[in-house]
Design a protein around this ligand. Structure first.
Ligand code: SF4
Ligand code: SF4
Length: 434
């Protein structure tokens, strides 16, 4: 009891639904300790997209940390509508952490509170589909293929109007008109992945595998230039469950991935992803298993082998065609604006393009991704609109993004408000497929 008073937790009776410790730049902390380190200085406010749009303290990182603290101290109820609004409006971008002297991981605090609320935030059927994937990946793949096959048919459009299916329209607007199958595209490649003897493993993100296979093909080509590469398709990693579902399930899925990796690789082999969201999550593997000695050690070793595709870029990139210039980066990604690979590639592109590289400032908006448009549609549109205003002001023609989902989200807004620019995944700059 005393220990709980010293270190309150969100659900004392259900501790497994929550993180045991939060990883911070200053070491691992208990959740209350991590929240209590916020000294309310407000330095993070000016970079928080939801605060800048609404001006509400409850929609700021400082406000969210105070709400979390009051809940743990029993002064606030987590079910209050204003608390739910505050949580739902966070894009989990992690920009506040970057700008905080104490590197307070506010996005992690928000997720911990979401886990207590326990609400499913995506449309029910979409949530169901993603929850199905870890247990039945083949069924998931078949259902996605079936949906894509029927997409051009009129029945798809009729379904927009059925209760619970309106999100289909949103998906339709996001997706390109024609989507090729990754399996077919890989067969057309002269160098197929080598699943027996390999030096690097590539896990395509969900969007690269099912919606934009050109990202997966470019990533594979890039990796095969230097290494023998194996591809692990239809491999869930636990990120969806971490953000939208049950933490216990996220741990199960990630544990399975780590076990598969350990089973297949007797010595360290780089594991590469094309999505910065996935990269940041996999790097958090030790956080999920903190307190479980053997698993924590395995997760630590596993996380060290996780890489983002840009880390395999050649030292010298080919200059871009003039009709693609100037170039701007969109830093939208879960958990961080200035992650190591993002900053490294940003420097590389800056050196390559020089005056044709548009430097973003910290108050510029980024694309909120990873399903934010399905959970907070109005706010998502406003943030995207602010971003497009910056793109238009910079007269940028190409916006490089760090996940396929960001490319889809941003291109939808660009088509509507600024069709002169186009968002493309950063991997295409190295594969010269721009
Ligand atoms: S999160 Fe950091 S920057 Fe923001 S108010 Fe707290 S201490 Fe200050
Ligand atoms: S993660 Fe992003 S949206 Fe959430 S509080 Fe921090 S800056 Fe604001």
């Amino acid at each position: 009891m005393n220990e709980l008073l010293e270190n309150p937790v969100f659900e004392p009776m259900r501790p497994k639904r929550h993180l045991h410790l939060v990883q911070t730049s200053f070491g691992d902390r208990e959740i209350y300790d991590s929240i209590a380190h916020c000294n309310r200085c407000g330095r993070c406010m000016q970079v928080c997209p939801s605060y800048r749009l609404t001006g509400l303290e409850t929609h700021s990182p400082r406000g969210r940390n105070q709400i979390a603290r009051f809940i743990l101290e029993g002064k606030f109820k987590i079910t209050e509508p204003s608390v739910c609004q505050s949580l739902a409006s966070c894009t989990l971008c992690g920009r506040c952490t970057q700008h905080c002297a104490g590197k307070i991981p506010t996005a992690e605090h928000v997720l911990e509170m979401q886990r207590s609320v326990g609400k499913k935030r995506l449309p029910v059927l979409l949530q169901f589909l993603f929850e199905l994937r870890p247990q039945h990946p083949v069924l998931f793949k078949s259902l996605v293929r079936l949906a894509l096959f029927f997409r051009p048919a009129q029945i798809w459009k009729i379904m927009y109007f059925l209760p619970g299916f309106s999100w289909l329209k949103q998906i339709d607007q996001l997706l390109p008109a024609k989507i090729f199958s990754l399996d077919k595209m890989l067969k057309q490649e002269k160098k197929l992945p080598d699943n027996d003897s390999f030096q690097v493993i590539y896990i395509p993100s969900l969007e690269a595998e099912f919606l934009q296979p050109d990202i997966a093909v470019s990533s594979l080509r890039l990796l095969q230039k230097q290494n023998r590469c194996s591809i692990w398709t239809n491999t869930p990693c636990g990120l969806f469950e971490y953000v939208y579902g049950d933490l216990r399930q996220s741990r199960r899925v990630l544990r399975r991935l780590i076990q598969r990796y350990n089973h297949v690789c007797t010595s360290p082999v780089p594991l590469v992803t094309d999505s910065l969201d996935v990269y940041h999550f996999l790097k958090k593997a030790p956080q999920l298993f903190a307190g479980k000695n053997r698993l924590a050690a395995q997760a630590e070793q596993f996380a060290q082998q996780v890489h983002f595709i840009t880390e395999f870029f050649p030292a010298h990139l080919t200059p871009l065609k003039s009709n693609l210039l100037p170039v701007q980066l969109d830093y939208g990604a879960l958990f961080s604006r200035e992650s190591q690979p993002m900053m490294a590639v940003s420097e590389q592109i800056k050196t390559l393009l020089q005056q044709n590289f548009v430097q973003c400032v910290y108050t510029d908006f980024d694309t909120p991704s990873f399903g934010y448009s399905f959970t907070k549609g109005n706010q998502n549109e406003s943030i995207q609109f602010e971003l497009v205003k910056t793109i238009a002001r910079n007269r940028a023609k190409t916006i490089l993004v760090f996940s396929g989902l960001n490319a889809l989200e941003l291109n939808k807004t660009l088509r509507k408000f600024y069709p002169a620019a186009r968002a493309v995944h950063v991997v295409h700059i190295a594969d010269e497929t721009l």
